[in-house]
Design a protein around this ligand. Structure first.
Ligand code: PEP
Ligand code: MN
Length: 300
């Protein structure tokens, strides 16, 4: 019997990186290479195949008008998935006066937009008690980085049976990231999309930038897992001028999708105004991204 077939359920060989033993005993579902994991939202929108779907929208569902304008911009650029959070985790407890979580009212706005524009919806869940309302409208539930190891939330989300975007915590190793993913898979939900959104490093080269996109995570995760891996260059850099190059780099690195924050008037964004692209910048980026994708025989 090889030493790797011995069940190691303890942390007898603790490590930051993923060992053969981890793959067998701790991460059997997330690291299974048996078949490619494909997550289909219907209407030809698929994660985990040749296409690279883009998810775009503002940080929060601020009001109907903003989501209406955003939906129009997505349609113009032939993008099919809108994002916007009605429930929002914030790093600090203080909120600008213009900003409040729009909660159920925000979900109602997303519902109207979804139906009127025939778009798919991604929105974040921060608490189990919001799940039911979110699932009425959302096509994908997003679990934010701050909740990556909120295991009870992971479990309840998994049980809803909807596709899930699991964001990597900015301080988590891939081992811990896949460990969190395993908590979803073990509940029988295989509609899992992994998201790299930047990690904390000692400096980020600019005081307006916050995290650094771990570009190496894409090929590394491709070796480890068959689940789609998408990129969020907006939350990684926090700095809109860097988002286009990080988007193109993510495509080149093999990402299976993108989350890009956009706003009609970024300066007026209620949260993180340095982060979103305006609609014009987004339109230009989508064009370039399509060219880069085509050059590696993928499609946006
Ligand atoms: C977000 O997508 O709006 C968000 C808060 O992302 P993260 O959890 O990666 O910070
Ligand atoms: Mn955000």
């Amino acid at each position: 019997m090889s030493k790797y077939t011995i069940k190691n359920l303890s942390n007898k060989f603790p490590t930051k990186d993923i060992t053969k033993d981890d793959k067998i005993n701790k991460l059997p579902l997330s690291t299974s290479k048996k078949n490619k994991k494909i997550i289909s939202l219907g209407d030809g929108i698929v994660f985990g195949q040749n296409s690279i779907p883009i998810i775009a929208g503002p940080n929060g569902v601020e009001n109907y008008k903003l989501m209406y304008e955003t939906a129009k911009c997505l349609k113009k650029n032939k993008i099919s998935i809108i994002r916007g959070h009605a429930y929002k985790p914030l790093t600090f407890p203080y909120r600008s006066r213009q900003y409040k979580e729009s909660k159920n009212e925000g979900m109602d706005i997303m519902d109207t937009i979804k139906k009127d524009f025939n778009l798919k919806v991604v929105t974040e869940v921060t608490e189990i008690s919001y799940l039911e309302r979110i699932c009425e409208t959302a096509d994908i539930i997003q679990i934010g980085s701050r909740n990556m190891q909120n295991l009870e939330l992971l479990r309840e989300c998994a049980l809803m049976g909807k596709p899930i975007i699991l964001k990597r915590h900015f301080g988590a190793s891939l081992r811990d990231f896949l460990g969190a993913a395993e908590h979803i898979l073990v509940e029988g939900n295989e509609k899992l999309i992994l998201c790299e959104r930047g990690v904390s490093i000692p400096h980020t080269h600019r005081d307006t930038s916050r995290f650094a996109l771990d570009i190496q995570a894409f090929p590394a995760l491709k070796e480890l897992t068959n689940f789609p891996i998408i990129s969020d260059p907006s939350h990684a850099s926090f700095w809109a001028p860097w988002v286009p190059s990080l988007t193109l780099a993510s495509i080149a690195a093999g990402c299976d999708g993108l989350i890009i924050e956009i706003h009609k008037n970024p300066k007026k964004s209620a949260v993180d105004p340095l982060q979103p692209l305006d609609f014009n910048q987004f339109g230009n980026l989508v064009k370039t991204a399509r060219t880069v994708a085509r050059s590696i025989k993928r499609k946006i």
